[in-house]
Write a protein that binds this ligand. Sequence first.
Ligand code: SAM
Length: 317
Amino acid sequence: MLKEFEKHCQSTHLSPICAKLIELSAQAFGVNNGNIPKWEDAIIAIESQQPGNVSFKHPYVSIDTIINTDELMQSLKKLMPWRKGPYQIGNLNLDSEWRGDMKWDRLKGHIKSLEGRTVLDVGSGNGYFTYLMAMQGASIALGVEPFLLFNYQFQAIRTLMDNPPNAFVLPLKLEQMPIESSFDTVFSMGVLYHQKDHMLHLQQLKDIMQDEGELILETLIIDQVHGEQIIPEDRYARMRNVWCLPSTDTLHAWLQKIGFKNIKLVDVTKTTPEEQRATHWIGDNTQSIKDFLDPNNSNLTIEGLPAPKRAIFVCQK
Ligand SMILES: C[S@@+](CC[C@H](N)C(=O)[O-])C[C@H]1O[C@@H](n2cnc3c(N)ncnc32)[C@H](O)[C@@H]1O
């Protein structure tokens, strides 16, 4: 995987930083994680399946192939939970917890064409969106995702593709990106609220962008009636590590303060059980959004805070 990345990276605008990215990724893959043998076995088993052409067949990133369904299902289940997707491989529908297509549909009409651009997908998960970005003609779509399992999921899907698009996921954090990086389009989706220091995250996004580059920022927000921002004392919708829930005005002001321009709020959508659902691909803990909301009032989380709503901002460096 790193070899394929290296080969392609050298032919893109990222060539000055390929070596550093590979060095950092090799270190991350080299950690002592007891699950790695199981994940590697799954990839080896998947290599014996017939790869096929990939396309977007709404809502699926879909691979047209003939597979041994039982064997592939067994291998993919070793890589659970599948949070992001959905994918279709031959006659197998990998229905992930999230319907990623719904987020993509909300933003795709508001962003500059990705044709020929150098694109970064921060917190890419298993690369569902990274694949879509590459399939839009990006010269490279690079996902960075520190959680190793999601890197193996990405690899599993890529192994099933003949002529995969220019999409790669590396086990890195945004803050590890070399400062000489220069991306034309940067996506940070579902990541800001996980950051202890939200202003630092926004600054780091700006630092690795080309002048006039485009940022697509998607994060949890609250309605203005609840104030400028909420800092959850403990969990939020049962999630740990949720640090900030700004109003859209507050988020606009944060982006402005960092120096972004042409800041546009392009979408606000409440998260529904259609978009986040429990499926048999998420493993034993089958809780999903309906279990995180107040059973008597779906406008509140189980902790009594406003129910999840997400905003998408598009702006320029
Ligand atoms: C809620 S998921 C969002 C996934 C996907 N971007 C989406 O919109 O559906 C957030 C992801 O960001 C990753 N993440 C958290 N902090 C990060 C950081 N500093 N740099 C890169 N990824 C990060 C997490 O591991 C997690 O997989």
